[in-house]
Ligand binder design. Structure first.
Ligand code: FAQ
Length: 339
């Protein structure tokens, strides 16, 4: 999708005395809503912020395949199974776009994988919760993809071109994911008493983790202010969280399900829903690796990496053979019949 052979990555040293002027020009371009491209000069902190956010986002997509992958063999109908397989495959594709976008900033994909597998990198807290029943697949599509879209639509206007462009397609697919999740919830909510109970139980377990997905409150978010100046983020964590709540609560009413929050109420003066206190201790425990499934998720990724080793080695051996063959024929691929 993006070139992976960028030579300098916009890292050329600035002519003496020009640092301030170049940095000002960079910010002026951001302020004017111009896109920053891989070969453009950019402050190192901007580059590092993007590598951090895009790689965490890529890891989230890849780890995010696991909770739903758990239900592929047990989907209730052939149609549900086909849709779920396609959705999980989409998440894998999103991860690949995002790793490619991160690579345009001059970091190697292997390095990012290493950070994920060693446990050094963060990925979204939400994927450390288990999928206990089929209704969890509905709840993930409805709530988790719903929260992901709310967060990611503004990233389509991110100042960094490759990230913004990757998000356009990702958001289209996430929107389909959200609707398929809501449709599962609707089917269960209109089904038998046992199905309704299953849907309510899934909402009870996924509501608060979905609210936490938006990240720490604005008062505690260390990156938001600078990321908004750079237009990497367009809205703060709390702003996006509130938009999600305001859209999702009426959807729960439509389903006939109860949001598990006794303090939830419509605030006439602000024209928003107010919610009860978020359990930030739970959020921080999950980030520290102590959520219900953190260990299981990393083990699964490590296992996948190891079982894919022979494929990587075979691909590398094939590429080496092709290079040797091309070299022996003087660079002509026509003689080998290969294009
Ligand atoms: N989980 O100062 P802030 C999906 C970290 S994709 C874990 O507010 P920032 C698709 C944060 O990284 C879901 N860590 O940080 C799907 C930072 O850590 P650091 C992923 C979190 O970056 C659906 C520290 O806390 N989406 O769901 C979380 O300005 C269904 C301080 O926080 C994205 O990644 C969290 N929830 O704002 C797949 C979107 N929240 O690096 C499968 C792009 C915060 O200082 C199935 N990312 N942290 O050690 C963003 O928009 C931002 O990075 C935020 C965090 C909003 C996540």
């Amino acid at each position: 999708m993006y070139t992976q052979a960028l030579d300098t990555h916009g890292k050329e040293p600035l002519p003496a005395g020009e640092g301030g002027a170049v940095a000002q020009r960079f910010q002026a371009r951001v302020d004017a809503d111009e896109k920053i491209e891989p070969k453009d000069w950019m402050p190192d902190a901007y580059r590092q912020t993007l590598i951090r956010q895009i790689s965490q986002h890529a890891h989230s997509e890849i780890v995010g395949m696991l909770p739903e992958g758990n239900w592929i063999t047990r989907a209730p109908t052939l149609r549900r199974k086909a849709v779920l397989i396609a959705k999980v495959q989409d998440e894998g594709g999103h991860g690949m776009y995002l790793y490619s976008a991160a690579e345009t900033l001059g970091v190697a994909r292997a390095e990012l994988f290493e950070q994920l597998l060693s446990g050094a990198a963060k990925y979204s807290s939400i994927f450390n919760y288990p999928t206990l029943t089929w209704a969890d697949i509905g709840a993930i599509g409805w709530l988790v993809d719903g929260a992901a879209i709310m967060n990611q639509i503004p990233i389509c206007r991110c100042s960094y071109g490759p990230y913004a462009r990757a998000m356009v397609r990702i958001c289209k697919e996430e929107s389909f994911h959200q609707r398929q999740g809501f449709e599962i919830m609707l089917t269960l909510a209109r089904g038998s008493a046992a199905q309704r109970a299953m849907a309510q139980d899934a909402l009870n377990r996924w509501w608060w983790p979905s609210i936490m997905m938006f990240g720490p409150s604005d008062a505690d978010s260390k990156h938001t202010a600078q990321s908004m100046r750079w237009k990497i983020k367009r809205f703060s964590n709390d702003e996006l969280r509130q938009k999600f709540i305001d859209i999702t609560v009426p959807q729960a009413f439509f389903l006939g399900l109860a949001i598990p929050d006794r303090e939830l109420h419509w605030n006439e003066s602000t024209q928003h829903y107010d919610i009860g206190a978020i359990d930030w201790a739970e959020f921080h425990a999950v980030l520290k690796g102590n959520g219900p499934c953190n260990r299981e998720r990393l083990e699964a990724r490590r296992g996948a990496y190891e079982s894919g080793r022979w494929v990587r080695e075979a691909a590398a051996a094939h590429a080496a053979k092709e290079r040797a063959r091309t070299a022996s024929t003087g660079g002509s691929t026509a003689q080998t019949g290969r294009t």
